[in-house]
Design a protein around this ligand. Structure first.
Ligand code: FPP
Length: 286
């Protein structure tokens, strides 16, 4: 299999996984239903098999030193799917959270969610709270699961929060800038994703992290989610490393060390480290 050499435990010595690595990877896990249908099985069979792919990418990201991994597990629109399918996804979530909790802890993983989690079944909400609290002292990978999530909903909720703060006199309208807005989103405290992966061949972002993807590199693969393995993740990271990220700036022919492009390439990210700096690149134009 292609990229067989990448199945090892560490990026060290593996040229495809040398820096710059993305700090934050976000994945639209698509194609479970089609994967199952191609095998003449019910759609939920695809979701069940997708859990192993989740395990693989979480462990790989932890081993390779990725800071944050966001997985789009259930969109706000997914509530409209057949009741059996929704119930199966919730049961898979419950089972995975319970089963993986100790392993995540051993691997120093933190756990959080984004989305309207108050719409989830009470049991799922309780498990999420328990695991989040139990792993809150960890310092490795942050595993962030998007549940009942919609990017537009998230932006509207942030606008409401800020409007409420203005109405209460806590801030003035002019205090609202990109940085404060980012800090009002569900992802507050996380760097913006550098790399977004969508499996199964669709070329859309589907209401996922609409604000946060401003400068993300997009990577699409025809592989259905239940077939996605750590070598596919390594391929996506290798593609990311081959991209020139300009953040709306220009490259100088001289390769001048002081150029903004050289700086952002070294840092891998636009000027948006966790929580404190602007999420906009200097002189960004597109
Ligand atoms: C998209 O495929 C996948 C989902 C909506 C569900 C993903 C959920 C899991 C993998 C379950 C476990 C999750 C965690 C985080 C433990 P689709 O059904 O839209 O596929 P299709 O486009 O082929 O119909």
């Amino acid at each position: 299999m292609l990229f067989d050499a990448l199945i090892g435990q560490s990026p060290k010595g593996n040229t495809l996984l040398q820096p710059p690595l993305p700090r934050h990877i976000a994945i639209i896990m698509d194609g479970n239903g089609r994967w199952a249908t191609e095998r003449r099985r019910p759609r939920v069979w695809g979701h069940k098999n997708g859990v192993e792919s989740v395990r693989q990418v979480v462990s790989a990201c932890g081993e390779w030193g990725i800071e944050a991994l966001t997985l789009f597990a259930f969109s706000a629109e997914n509530w409209g799917r057949p009741a059996l399918e929704v119930a199966t996804i919730m049961e898979l979530l419950n089972g995975s959270i319970l089963r993986e909790r100790d392993e995540l802890n051993r691997n120093n993983v933190r756990f959080r969610t984004i989305g309207q989690t108050d719409r989830l079944p009470e049991k799922t909400q309780r498990l999420i709270r328990e695991v989040r609290d139990a792993l809150s002292g960890n310092t490795g990978l942050t595993l962030n699961i998007a549940l009942s999530y919609g990017g537009r909903d998230e932006i509207v909720a942030a606008a409401r929060r800020l409007a409420g703060r203005v109405a209460r006199g806590e801030i003035a309208p002019d205090d609202i800038d990109a940085n404060l807005f980012s800090d009002s989103l569900d992802t507050a405290g996380l760097p913006d994703p550098d790399l977004v992966i969508r499996t199964s061949g669709e070329l859309r972002v589907s209401n996922f992290l609409l604000w946060q993807l401003a400068y993300a590199e997009l990577y699409f693969t025809p592989v259905h989610w239940p077939d996605f393995r750590r070598e596919h993740l390594a391929e996506a990271i290798a593609a990311f490393r081959s991209r020139r990220r300009r953040f709306g700036l220009v490259e100088t022919e001289s390769g001048d060390e002081s150029s903004a492009v050289a700086r952002v390439t070294e840092q891998q990210i636009p000027a948006n480290p966790v929580g404190t700096q602007s999420h906009e690149a200097p002189n960004a134009s597109c």
